[in-house]
Design a protein around this ligand. Structure first.
Ligand code: BG6
Length: 484
């Protein structure tokens, strides 16, 4: 049995990357340090094989070759992030001309090849001088940075997102302490989520003030990590635990972004445990000063969905305990447990990668429908992909599991589109194997295999498959579409 799913002719096909994960050149041409450079230097033992992003894929020097690959791989769009410390080495103040020049070359090179840039302002590489999203000066610095980018690139870049995954970066930066700035404090974590969402909403207002309201499908959005949370059992306790986890991880971000307010039920819970953030919590209220000059703070023009895996929650959470499998040894279990609230457990019927990430395309379909039911707006899948320990054998990388993974997830996207979700494009994570944060370089996500010694790019089997898909817009599904 086979089935084919036809996507619209103007559907955007592309890949996504992030500055710190691919650029390298971290000490070159006036770039300032970021909190991640500092973290990798101070705590090398916390990263798999003590890897660091100093060279990464050397995209800073090889960008033209990489744009050439995108063209060959059928891209009509490419999502990447600007490095705040490359543009403003101290986070604010003096602008680094070499940084502007680099991104000018990249943006112009993409446009020459007919590839539409989709630019993220912030993908976790906070300038070190700014230290933390708790810093009271950060909103001002952020708006200065956003304005620089919108004014300088906005004539050519028509798709922007403010933040990449504020949920994931706050969770690991301020709750589990696994990412910089390595804090473990739920109250502070919730305050940071608010500071980020507030910064996001101000940047959206600023963009609209400078460039006006865009055509549908363009303009400014945000990339949220969204993972449905399912109860681990039929018990009412697990249902409550899943609802709470979903509220904190999904609704807490989705509702301010789409509806301009926090979910009341989650806010009530946070107030009861003394963890509600301070500040103006009503995003829809008129603003008397700052970027939006009166009127209500606008919500996004489009939503970016980063989807990798679902969660399964139980109320049985006797301790607080966090651990991430960063080795790719399937025996090394990840743990996420908040004492007395919820704990994530494995799905006994689930299929898992070597890093213990469950493969479940139906949950992508579920999240897309939830978005539709909250607010009808253009959606892009801004990240989706699978990390594998790919190997280069005689010049070939056989990654049929990646093809199966993307097939399953695109089929879910197609189904959601037929059910009324306005999905405009799909950016696979990632163009090439890159610095996978704590996982170092062993966990490979690319269509292009990157040799760690020579940095040579070699297209994997998935690359020619993806190019053909982008060329035809038709996804061929062979039953059963099951990743091994
Ligand atoms: C997303 C991030 O969380 O997932 C990417 O936006 C990241 O930057 C991707 O690389 C995959 O996660 P990981 O930890 O496996 O690299």
């Amino acid at each position: 049995m086979s089935e084919s799913c036809r996507f619209p002719p103007d559907f955007v096909w592309g890949t996504a990357t992030a500055a710190l994960q691919i650029e390298g050149a971290t000490d070159l041409d006036g770039r300032g340090p970021s909190i991640w450079d500092d973290f990798c230097r101070r705590f090398p033992e916390r990263i798999h094989e003590r890897s660091h992003p100093e060279v990464a894929c050397d995209h800073y020097h090889r960008w033209a070759e990489d744009v050439g690959w995108m063209k060959r791989l059928g891209h009509s769009g490419y999502r990447f992030s600007l490095s705040w410390p490359r543009l403003l080495p101290q986070g604010k103040g003096a602008v680094n001309q070499a940084g502007l020049d680099f991104y000018d070359r990249l943006v112009d090179g993409l446009l020459e090849q007919g590839i539409a840039p989709n630019v993220t302002l912030y993908h976790w590489d906070l300038p070190l001088d700014l230290q933390s999203w708790e810093n009271p000066e950060i909103l001002q610095a952020w708006l200065e940075y956003a304005e620089l980018c919108f004014r300088h690139f906005g004539d050519r870049v028509k798709l922007w997102s403010t933040l990449n995954e504020p949920g994931w970066s706050t969770m690991h930066g301020y709750l589990t302490g696994l990412h910089p700035p390595c804090q473990r404090d739920p109250r502070r974590a919730m305050q940071v989520t608010h500071n980020l969402l507030w910064a996001h909403s101000r940047a959206v207002a600023l963009y609209h003030r400078i460039w006006g309201r865009p055509e549908p499908g363009l303009g400014i959005g945000i990339a949220l990590n969204l993972s449905p949370v399912h109860p681990a059992s039929d018990s009412p306790q697990d249902a409550d635990a899943a609802r709470l986890a979903d509220g904190l991880l999904n609704r807490w971000f989705l509702e301010p972004v789409l509806l301009g307010r926090y979910p009341e039920e989650v806010l009530e819970f946070l107030r009861a445990c003394g963890s509600a953030p301070h500040g103006d919590l009503d995003f829809a209220e008129p603003v008397s000063s700052g970027a939006s000059e009166g009127g209500s703070i606008p919500t996004v023009d489009w939503l970016g969905v980063n989807y990798y895996l679902p969660h399964h929650a139980t109320a049985d959470a006797p301790t607080t305990d966090f651990h991430l499998n960063i080795s790719g040894d399937p025996q090394e279990a990840s743990r996420f447990s908040i004492q007395g609230l919820f704990r994530f457990v494995q799905n006994p019927r689930g299929r898992y990668t070597d890093w213990n990430w469950e493969v479940d395309p139906d949950s992508l379909h579920e999240i897309l429908l939830r978005i539709r039911d909250l607010r009808r707006l253009p959606v892009y899948v801004t990240e989706n992909g699978i990390g594998l320990p790919d190997r280069l054998c005689e010049g070939q990388v056989e990654d049929s599991s990646r093809i199966a993974y993307v097939t399953g997830h695109l089929r879910a996207v197609h189904r959601a589109m037929q059910e009324g979700v306005d999905v405009r494009g799909y950016y696979m994570w990632s163009l090439m194997d890159n610095f996978s944060w704590l996982n170092g370089y062993r966990k490979r996500y690319g269509l292009l295999y990157v040799d760690r010694q020579t940095l040579q790019r070699t297209p994997k089997r998935s690359a020619s498959w993806f190019a053909e898909l982008a060329r035809t817009g038709v996804l061929q599904v062979q039953e059963p579409a099951s990743p091994s």
